[in-house]
Design a protein around this ligand. Sequence first.
Ligand code: GLN
Length: 549
Amino acid sequence: MKYIIVTGGVLSGLGKGITAASIGRMLKNREYKVTVIKIDPYINIDAGTMNPFQHGEVYVLKDGGEADLDLGHYERFLNVELTSDHNITTGKVYLSVIQQERRGGFLGKTVQIIPHITDEIKREIREVAEKSGSDICIVEIGGTVGDIEGMPFLEAIRQMRREEKKENLILVHVTLIPINNIGEQKTKPTQHSVKELKSLGLQPDVIIGRCRDSLSEETKSKISLFCDVPETAVISNYDAKDIYLVPEMLEREELGEYIVEKLKLDGRKVDTRWYRRIKAYNERNKDSIKIALVGKYGLEDAYLSVKEALKHACIREDYNHKIEMRWVEAEDLEESTNLDDYLKEMHGILVPGGFGVRGTKGKIDAIRYARERDIPFLGICLGFQLSVIEFARDVLKINAQSREFEAFNSPAVEDQTAQKSSICVIDLLPEQREIKDLGGTMRLGDQEIDIEKNSLAYELYKRDKIRERHRHRYEVNPDYIEVFEENGVKFSGKDGERMEILEIPSNRFFIATQFHPEFRSSLDEPAPAFLGFVRAMIDFKKDQEREIK
Ligand code: GLN
């Protein structure tokens, strides 16, 4: 097994995850089998309970693991499916060591960070790497060098480096090169962070400088001199207008060849198709489709996978359009008297997943706008549930609600009588309704779904059984399915008694899914639901243009 360890210096949020994923892609394009491990030095066991406002999206893996959004970058760049073992946190490592201790696994010894915690870290890394059957395992260490939380992990890497053959483990350090107000690239922060690494016994093999611009020859030679790496191993990673352009940028810096040499891999030919596709997309300049994403959290990172999935779909050669996103804050819609201000020129409307009652009225307004004006619509998870509620309220004339919002809201709701008379068309399944503590009861990860033959969903997936990822607690209430179906809604995807896909066949493209299609999308294989949605937006745009003529 070959290991590439990626650490970061100076600042977090430098794009270390993208850099690591890009290194993986370069190697994949040489036909090596690559896997990735993300180490998050926080104490949480996983990202399941973390606030997307602080951390960006919670990414869901096929086994139901809830992880940091970097895992999403890896899956998307490499077109692999990872499991929660690929996300190692301090919490997981300590939990495992403490459980061993309780079982008497340490035979009365004092349990210590070195060697017990570091041994466990090494064991987990090696086990996951071997189990994946890959040639190369990239290990990204979250945070920056010098953080207290990261210390045991860096110590474990130091030990691994002694234990592994020289050509089996290399260290890549990603750091910031700021530019001062007279336009000079400054290397001092990099020098300091490499010094810090060295003081922990780690000498980097490659230094990747994140900078607004390409690193100058002078900057490179300075870093080379002060940090003891050859000049050819100082690599520019300047701001790219598209993250998928980064692998090719690193390729041009000859990082791929350098790594191949360092790890003594057999030199293989580079398949450049992936690079060419993304380049061609970025060179498209005339036509674009406009899409409104109606969400909350005021943070684009909270919907990262949705944004990426839209792009994957749009990159298809024959689509020939670019995506133009408008981020609409659901609460702004609630306050607005004229939805046209936000939604009028849109070729598509998307309501993504979410939790809690805040902003739901605005999202329902947006769904109604799309349904009534026959604008292509995609609803995901909460967006699916709200589509059910919208239809129930407006077409079935039911005072519809979701159990989730009642629970959130009950004492504070102004109109208590209205609340009492509301009907939960979105509810817990009957057997769950008595559960008092809902912690840990979410339905997570891959589930199988049966697709009905005569449906839009079947047109998109071209299969009668699909597998998609989930992260939700509430379901369409089985008592109301019939009345929906009698009134123009089709539930074209089901998993037993659970409704998974809703469509309105009389609309040009109105589909909503209880699952999250965005988590299984990559540039290599865009998600069918997104491919169909983007196609529908392009067709809608063309229709409109024809009408104007
Ligand atoms: N809050 C909803 C539920 O728990 C939807 C979840 C989501 O959108 N991810 O069922």
